[in-house]
Design a protein around this ligand. Structure first.
Ligand code: ZN
Length: 401
């Protein structure tokens, strides 16, 4: 139990540094850490960690152990020179429990920039909100980790347990950054991931798989269209079949604790489509980029087998004619997780949340990917995904009316 006096000292230390915290957050948002472009932003984090007097470990995430791990997502970018950064605090005398504070540095693409009213990278603060790609997801949380750690010491307290401050890559596409950190040997009694979760705790979370379906057509001149086979038309049949599988999986939500009360926990997203070479040629190919979700307890391998079967059925039983559809995993290949209630870490979070917000902590289920699965499923560590309020992450800036 934290005394009121200590809680107030810590909160006052956080307040005293808040302008600096915003500045560091804005600086990080202004570094566009899109996939495979994270290194300048990781430089900024490294500087910060060194400024806190921590031992810094920065390494290229790729390794044979990573690639052989069942939770490894297949990358489509070069991992050469792509690094994680971890700052470690070792207490002079190790008496307490250890903690990992984790955040991801990568951000998703900003979309057509003319849909933004300003640069996605200017981190402008207006009416108390910071706008910019990655401000909410999750540079605010990542910087908050560093300042929270520092506030304890600025409040005149000494930490008695080991702390690792992690800035990882690849959270938005494979989850390999956090997996690489775990495989590097970083474990602790608990993990906090300060994702934008509206000051609530994530109780359960879906697994996510990414893949490409490539449908092969038979090109002809449109004057003899009936002799050819249109790969784009066929791709629509694949979409329809996968939508069917999505509904089948959603119909099973009652079998999955923490998912039964969600309207539509399993979302398949067709996130990309391209095909054909010429308007006056029946398209010879079409590719769909797909994201699917799964319930915790369903391994990626099991989900993959169902997806393969679903697409193979669609290709064999096409209303046009049987076609070739090739599936390739090309990103997340992950299993969801459930945070079992009752850990010491969760109990402490309940207390501190109450002290900071004067209300009870709530928990909920998210239908999106989180790196929590790495630490829960493979490290068996209670992992608290809990973080600040945000709006419209992965979208354009949400102008508040
Ligand atoms: Zn995130």
């Amino acid at each position: 139990m934290i005394s009121n006096d200590i809680a107030e000292r810590i909160l006052a230390a956080v307040d005293a540094q808040f302008d600096a915290q915003l500045e560091r957050t804005a600086e990080l948002v202004a570094s566009p850490s899109l996939r495979a472009g994270e290194e300048p932003a990781q430089d900024l984090v490294e500087q910060q960690l060194r400024g806190l007097g921590l031992d810094v470990d920065r390494w290229t995430i790729d390794s044979p152990e990573l690639r052989e791990h069942p939770g490894f997502g297949k990358p489509t970018v070069d991992y050469g020179g792509m690094t994680n950064v971890v700052g470690t605090y070792e207490p002079t005398e190790d008496l307490g429990k250890s903690l990992i504070l984790n955040g991801h540095i990568d951000v998703v693409p900003e979309g057509p920039e003319d849909k933004w009213s300003r640069s996605p990278w200017d981190a402008e603060i207006r009416d108390g909100w910071m706008y910019g790609r990655g401000a909410g997801d999750m540079k605010a949380g990542l910087i908050a980790n560093l300042f929270a750690f520092d506030a304890i010491r600025k409040a005149g307290l000494e930490l008695t347990g080991r702390v690792h401050l992690q800035s990882v890559v690849e959270e938005e596409c494979t989850g390999n950054g956090s997996l690489a950190a775990l495989l590097r040997g970083y474990t602790a009694d608990a993990v906090i991931i300060s994702e934008p979760e509206e000051d609530a705790l994530v109780r359960a979370n879906v697994g996510v798989l990414w893949f490409t379906v490539r449908v092969t057509g038979d090109p002809t001149h449109p004057r003899e269209m009936a002799n050819g086979f249109n790969a784009i038309d066929a791709a629509y049949e694949v979409i329809e079949a996968l939508r069917g599988l999505e509904e089948e999986w959603n119909a099973k939500k009652g079998e999955h604790e923490y998912f039964e009360n969600l309207d539509h926990p399993i979302n398949f997203n067709f996130g990309g489509i391209r095909g054909g070479d010429w308007p006056s040629s029946v398209p010879a190919w079409c590719e769909l980029r797909v994201r699917v979700a799964t319930y915790p307890g369903t391994t990626a391998d099991d989900a993959w087998a169902e997806i393969e079967e679903c697409v193979a059925d669609a290709a064999t039983n096409s209303s046009h004619r049987p076609f070739e559809a090739q599936l390739t995993p090309d990103g997340f290949y992950s299993e969801g997780y459930v945070l079992e209630p009752g850990s010491d870490a969760e109990g402490l979070l309940e207390e501190t949340h109450r002290a900071a917000f004067s209300r009870e902590l709530t928990s909920f289920t998210t239908p999106g990917y989180l790196d929590g699965r790495v630490f829960v499923n493979y490290g068996n560590i209670p992992t608290l995904v809990y973080g600040p309020v945000s709006e419209n992450i992965h979208g354009f800036e949400a102008l508040r009316s």
